[in-house]
Write a protein that binds this ligand. Structure first.
Ligand code: ZN
Ligand code: ZN
Length: 175
């Protein structure tokens, strides 16, 4: 999925509409293999303005992930955006006050779209995915899914606190 900028310029095209599906199958995320059975939909635009090249894209897919709290698999709606200036690596000079996040380098006048999209997906994969904002997770002691049932572990802890509390109350009386 390469775009030849030289050809675009020769054809005097200033805009290229992007609308395609990108299949990745899996992504290796710091040692964790994330399965990506569904393709990523990429919709956007590549445009040339005053000899500068810009890329905007919306990237969307649904992926199967495991909840970070209760570990149950669920379907996660992934969406991210690319909004960057594409700069020829050979001409690029780093300016200190520039936000490097908005610049993507290419070389030989060829833009490797798949690579850019892949990088963007990688950067936007959520570190923590929750099946529900209020997911209660699993009990660290007994491993029970706290969304489904309540275990005794926390109750016991509360009882311990109740035992301690009267003593503390007595202490306070002495002070
Ligand atoms: Zn959960
Ligand atoms: Zn428990």
């Amino acid at each position: 999925m390469n775009i030849d900028l030289g050809a675009l310029k020769r054809e005097k095209k200033s805009q290229l509409d992007l609308d395609f599906l990108l299949n990745l199958d899996t992504i290796n995320y710091y040692g964790d293999e994330i399965l990506l059975p569904n393709p990523f939909s990429v919709k956007g635009k590549l445009y040339i303005m005053n000899d500068k090249v810009f890329l905007t894209s919306d990237i969307n897919t649904v992926m199967e992930v495991n909840c970070s709290r209760c570990l149950k698999p669920f379907t996660y709606q992934f969406s991210s955006k690319v909004n960057a200036e594409l700069v020829n690596e050979e001409l690029y000079e780093e300016e200190e006050d520039e936000d490097p996040g908005d610049i993507i380098l290419y070389h030989n006048n060829i833009i490797d779209l798949a690579e850019i999209i892949k990088d963007n997906i990688f950067m936007n994969i959520p570190i923590q995915t929750l099946c529900d904002r209020d997911c209660k997770g699993i009990c660290a002691k007994c491993g029970i899914d706290l969304n489904e049932e309540q275990c005794r572990c926390n109750l016991d802890k509360n009882e311990e606190e109740k035992v301690i509390d009267p003593r503390l109350a007595k202490l306070k009386e002495l002070l």
